[in-house]
Write a protein that binds this ligand. Structure first.
Ligand code: ADP
Length: 203
């Protein structure tokens, strides 16, 4: 059983994924998968350099700031990039989630853009980590040292939280402290296991 985990920037996805991991759950991070696909020496990185030019590289590493700048200025560049990357990301996530090398009662797929990129189609159900925009900004500014304006622009580019609330099967409310968050994750963990074991009887 694969459970999608999403939420806006700074909502607390990584923190929630860590709590699931502490409960023995295997977690896959979609951003990590995407980053690994463009490591030095990968065919995808070579393809991006062939398309956008050698200025995309900083030594042999992808210059992410440069790539962000290119796709920000040119919507067709963004579309092309997504066309190249999304099927590969999807296939790699699929492959990673199928690896049977661990004993996990279910698996978590953490993806900031789970709904935006239709990754929920890989999942049996979804969890939204939800908090106020004010707390998202405050926690992200503290975590990354970015300006409020940068964070506000990222929040504006993501699907609004009320749309995500309609799509999610479960919501974790992250406006309290970490103990409160941990208690919710533990409750949800037991609920997910109960649902899973209940399924064959109700089928
Ligand atoms: P995301 O992965 O959704 O971008 P994070 O899990 O990294 O968000 O959380 C953003 C920041 O807020 C991190 O520094 C994290 O430690 C902190 N944080 C998350 N939840 C809480 C909470 N309930 N109380 C205090 N700080 C929190």
């Amino acid at each position: 059983m694969i459970i999608g985990l999403t939420g806006g920037i700074g909502a607390g996805k990584s923190t929630v994924a860590r709590l699931f991991h502490q409960l023995g759950i295997h977690c896959v991070d979609a951003d990590r998968v995407a980053r690994d696909l463009v490591e030095p020496g990968t065919p995808l990185l070579a393809q991006l350099v062939a398309h956008f030019g050698p200025e995309l590289l900083d030594r042999d590493q992808l210059n992410r700031a440069k790539l962000r700048q290119i796709i920000f200025q040119e919507p067709s560049a963004k579309a092309w990039l997504e066309q190249q990357m999304h099927p590969l990301i999807r296939a790699e996530i699929h492959r990673t989630l199928r690896e049977p090398a661990f004993e996990s009662p279910y698996q978590i797929l953490e993806a900031p853009l789970l709904f935006e990129n239709q990754l929920e189609s890989l999942c049996h159900s979804t969890i939204l980590v939800d908090t106020s925009v004010e707390l998202q900004m405050e926690r992200t500014v503290q975590r990354d040292g970015s300006t409020s304006a940068t964070i506000a622009a990222i929040i504006a580019s993501q699907m609004p939280a009320d749309q995500k609330r309609l799509k999610a099967d479960h919501i974790v409310h992250n406006s309290g402290d970490l103990d409160d968050l941990s208690a919710q994750v533990t409750r949800l963990h037991h609920q997910l296991i109960d649902n899973q074991t209940a399924k064959p009887e109700t089928a």
